[in-house]
Design a protein around this ligand. Structure first.
Ligand SMILES: [Cu+2]
Length: 150
């Protein structure tokens, strides 16, 4: 038993010496493929283009309702250069919500306040691209993207 194991072991290095260069050349490609696959799996959270059903902000004014730990929409869009006035309508009694927008030109946010309460936030959309928004205390459930069109 021991001798046959030893025999198998002694044979392995000769196989490995031929196989290793092939493995080494393939391994980086496999890692890249795995990385791409894992990034694609995250695609639902962070789309790279504006979804077709995204809500357009008309006239620079939009109301976001916070109810049952959800925003009324997770996708908003507006043209670059728009000064957007958000009305945050927190309808969750005794639950603290806020709105935080973290865009390329900086962060804007309101204080966390318990509902029912209405807040306003003015945001200068100076940079095109995705500007993520969230309620800081409930960021896993209450998050979305404000898309600024060039
Ligand atoms: Cu919240």
């Amino acid at each position: 038993m021991t001798s046959s194991l030893r025999g198998a072991r002694s044979r392995r290095p000769s196989v490995r010496s031929r196989a290793v260069p092939l493995c080494r050349s393939i391994r980086p490609l496999v890692l890249v493929a795995a990385l791409v696959a894992s990034l694609a799996a995250c695609g639902d959270d962070a789309p790279s283009t504006v979804p077709a059903d995204c809500t357009r902000i008309e006239g620079g004014e939009v109301t976001l309702v916070a109810e049952n730990l959800r925003w009324s929409t997770d996708c908003l869009r507006a043209p670059v250069g728009t000064t957007i006035t958000f009305t945050i309508d927190n309808r969750d009694r005794s639950v603290g919500h806020n709105l935080s927008i973290d865009g390329p030109s900086g962060e804007a946010k309101t204080d966390v306040e318990q509902g029912p309460v209405t807040q306003t936030l003015t945001y200068e959309a100076t940079e095109p691209g995705p500007h993520p928004f969230e309620c800081v205390p409930h960021a896993s459930m209450m998050k979305g993207t404000l898309w600024i069109d060039p």
